[in-house]
Design a protein around this ligand. Structure first.
Ligand code: UT7
Length: 329
């Protein structure tokens, strides 16, 4: 019997209209376009504006874009996973709301939270459901309203993050395409270096936590940078080695978009031609769980059936990993 693999059969995306450019940031904090561009590669990011719009707003739009392109009845979807670090609310599942709003009324759903590695880890989860043979259509959405946890007076973080969402549909594949292998890791010793300290069960919201700005992202940028460079490159090398592949066998690197210097360092370690490296950080900044599906949307036209893609992420926790993938359409 041929092994069932899990493959992406459609993609969709949504980014908000509002563009927060480096020029605009120069009017908000003590920074400049030259510093931001040379240190991060970011030129602009999208910000979700308006009342009553959370992460689900963008997740729904990205899913609807996919459904429109793929022309499928949402009732065929059996599972909806929302990968996010910024769920709409504590306790009420964001994915349940998203599934209902897109008409996936026959599906069950859950959120998967693993900071910037949420989408990669959720790809592995989605694949497990498909490979079991029990499920045929799993919708995976990566969405984050990063602006909801950013202090726009802190120049160290406000220049980095943006909002956005991307969706992919996983279906069984009998040609051996889709997910081939993965290397996924975490290390809780990293939790003090990148965090939103308050608002969870450890430190619930009080007047004091708000006054202390503990509901915003704080990161020790240099330490996170060091770990990100080492671990993203290491995870890529390991997955190539364990599959007896060399850089010539790789058509694309799809790295988490946290900093162009981290992406370049990973590509250099693999000695990869820059033309093989997917990059859109200049347009969107770091959209956390949305970076990988936004890359797939932006590069969809250039991907060919059978192309080998290496996905790689690094994020808070710490969480990181790589995945070996063969494009299926
Ligand atoms: O996606 C999750 C994982 N996250 C990451 O991977 C982020 C990893 N870290 C980074 O990307 C980088 O560390 C940053 C982009 C956050 C910062 O870059 P850096 O090269 O590490 O800069 P730094 O924090 O060491 O700051 C260097 C200087 C400092 O000034 P002094 O102390 O040397 O006088 C900062 O105060 O740059 C200053 N600075 C800025 N200057 C202008 C910090 N932020 C800014 C800014 N504009 N926005």
């Amino acid at each position: 019997m041929t092994k069932i693999t899990a493959a992406i059969s459609a993609v969709g995306k949504y980014v908000p209209d509002f563009v927060l450019s480096n020029a605009l940031l120069e009017t908000m904090v003590d920074t400049n376009d030259e510093w931001i561009t040379s240190r991060t590669g970011i030129k602009e990011r999208r910000i979700l504006k308006g009342e009553n719009k959370g992460t689900s707003y963008m997740a729904i739009k990205a899913a609807q874009d996919l459904l429109r392109k793929k022309q499928i009845d949402p009732k065929e979807i059996e599972l909806v996973i929302v990968a996010t670090a910024t769920p709409d609310m504590q306790a009420a599942s964001t994915s349940a709301f998203v599934a209902t709003k897109i008409g996936a009324t026959e599906a069950f759903s859950f959120d998967l939270i693993a900071a910037c590695s949420s989408f990669l880890f959720a790809m592995s989860t989605a694949a497990g459901y498909i490979e079991s043979g029990k499920y045929k259509k799993v919708l995976l959405i990566g969405a984050d309203k990063c602006s909801s946890m950013i202090d726009y007076t802190d120049r160290a973080t406000c220049i980095i993050f943006g909002d956005g969402a991307g969706a992919v549909l996983f279906e069984p594949n009998n040609e051996g395409l889709g997910i081939q292998d993965e290397y996924l890791r975490s290390d809780g010793n990293g939790r003090d270096f990148l965090k939103v300290e308050a608002g969870g069960s450890l430190l619930p919201a009080t007047a004091e936590t708000i006054a202390n700005k503990q509901h915003y992202v704080h990161q020790d940028g240099k330490t996170v940078f060091k770990f990100a460079v080492f671990n993203m490159a290491d995870a890529c090398e390991r997955i190539l080695e364990s599959n007896n592949l060399t850089k010539e066998d790789i058509q694309w690197l799809a790295p988490h978009q946290a900093n162009k210097r981290i992406i370049d360092a990973t590509a250099n370690r693999l000695k990869l031609d820059p033309a093989k490296v997917m990059m859109n950080i200049h347009k969107y900044g770091n959209t956390t769980s949305a970076t990988l599906p936004l890359l797939l949307n932006d590069y969809e036209d250039q991907l060919k059936k059978g192309d080998t893609i290496v996905f790689a992420t690094f994020g808070g926790g710490f969480t990181w990993g790589s995945m070996l993938y063969k494009w299926a359409y």
